[in-house]
Design a protein around this ligand. Structure first.
Ligand code: PLP
Length: 423
């Protein structure tokens, strides 16, 4: 068969873009070459509906081993008692949890999207806001941080069945212990979505949700630096709170409800090539090198935040405890959209983002979100973060001047020239 040059040329063009640019999108990272190899392996050919040892297809002996290794490594990495590695994405993981724990119309309490939450935490444009009845908590206008007393008040008033702790654009550590007190006070299930800080949590750099939350979901491709995908975990298995019984009259454990919610509830065949890549990424994450990487991510993000503040940028909450930060650009007189577009012209990639109490639409926004995970993977350090902030500032303050953007682009390309893409 003829090689599909049209697509391979585009893949090459994307590789060049990634190689030459500065990647500051907080949800992105660069996987290792062995993760990439597994993701493009023959395992993509295999159907394996079911779970290791209980499949609906023959010939699953090899993928059974692969999936079991992925589960065991994830358990070791997070200290989890239960793991499901099959969700195709973070959204699929959250869908499965809601499917297992809720019935349509049930109330859920999540982090407001415009304050840093995720679409799947009850946004009206997402299934989670259409199928369930969402109510929200947010950050304080003056401080940009969560106020747990207010979250308690909302929970007491609204009596949600499920509370979601976690965000896509919140730069402070989350108090999962306090969230559990709130959840227990109203009899709610507590789910943590650690998609963003999972890598830092895995290495003990941020608060651990596993001892406090009933269920924990994550993506595997952000700070965790694995392939694009999702995962569900529990620190301990627990009886389902709604009394759903097995045929023999015993209560079904939460793990059994979650497994059924993933398959056959929401998905068919698992992506065993991606599960193999997840297993490799979890193996990498178990090493001391990965601890050093996460420590550098945190230091780089802190250096980036400090340099931005020194240049008069308003970071929501004033700084960062993790890998990311949300910048309110309203004092710089350009929108998030303007900034994103100008930065792309200079080969710096960020995403526009709503800021708390934003007066602009999600297509325009008043802010941008930055993260240090991807540039840290490419070997950049605190000194480089200060240089990057210089370049970002040059673009933001000259966003309509194409000559300046070209000048910055040349500096960006020179900076990234010898930086490897793969670990
Ligand atoms: N949850 C959070 C907190 C996220 O930030 C994201 C992705 O940005 C997701 C879930 C969804 O992940 P995916 O894009 O894999 O569906």
């Amino acid at each position: 068969m003829q090689r599909d040059e049209q697509i391979f040329e585009l893949i090459q063009a994307e590789k060049e873009r990634q190689l030459h640019g500065i990647e500051l999108i907080a949800s992105e990272n660069f996987v290792s070459d062995q993760v990439m190899e597994a993701a493009g392996s023959v395992l993509t050919n295999k159907y394996a509906e079911g779970y290791p040892g209980k499949r609906y297809y023959g010939g699953c002996e090899v993928v059974d081993e692969v999936e079991q290794i992925a589960i065991d490594r994830a358990k070791a990495l997070f200290g989890a008692a239960y793991v499901n590695v099959q969700p195709h994405s973070g959204s699929q993981a959250n869908t499965a949890v809601y499917h297992a724990c809720l019935t349509p119309g049930d109330k859920i309490l999540g982090f407001d999207l415009s304050h840093g939450g995720h679409l799947t935490h009850g946004s009206p444009v997402n299934f989670s806001g259409k199928l369930y009845s969402p109510v929200f908590y947010g950050v304080e206008e003056e401080t940009g941080v969560l106020n747990y007393d207010k979250i308690q008040e909302i929970a007491t008033k609204e009596q949600p069945k499920l509370i979601i702790a976690g965000a896509s654009a919140y730069s402070r550590d989350i108090d999962f212990k306090r969230f559990r007190v709130i959840a227990d006070s109203v009899g709610a299930i507590l789910m943590a979505d650690i998609s963003h800080p999972a890598g830092l949590i895995a290495k003990g750099i941020l608060n651990d949700p596993l001892p406090h939350c009933h269920i924990v979901t994550t993506t595997t491709h952000k700070t965790l630096r694995g392939p694009r995908g999702g995962m569900i975990m529990m620190g301990q298995d627990f009886e389902n709170p709604f009394g759903i019984k097995l045929k023999n009259g015993n209560l079904r454990k939460m793990s059994s409800l979650l497994d059924s919610a993933v398959f056959p509830g929401n998905q068919g065949g698992p992506l065993e090539h991606i599960i193999a890549a997840k297993a490799i990424a979890f193996g990498e994450a178990l090493t001391d090198d990965f601890l050093n990487y996460q420590l550098q991510v945190k230091q780089n993000a802190a250096a980036m935040a400090a340099a931005l503040v020194a240049k008069g940028y308003k970071i929501i909450s004033g700084g960062t405890d993790n890998h990311c930060m949300l910048i309110d650009l309203r004092n710089k007189n350009l929108s998030g959209k303007d900034a994103e577009q100008a930065l792309v012209k200079a080969d710096i990639t960020v995403n526009k983002n709503m800021v708390p109490f934003d007066d602009k639409s999600p297509f325009v926004t008043s802010g941008i979100r930055l993260g240090a995970s991807a540039v840290t993977t490419r070997g950049l350090n605190e000194k480089d973060m200060i240089d990057i902030v210089e370049l970002v500032d040059k673009v933001v303050t000259n966003y309509e001047n194409d000559a300046v953007l070209e000048e910055v682009k040349a500096k960006v390309n020179a900076m990234m020239k010898d930086k490897p893409l793969f670990v």
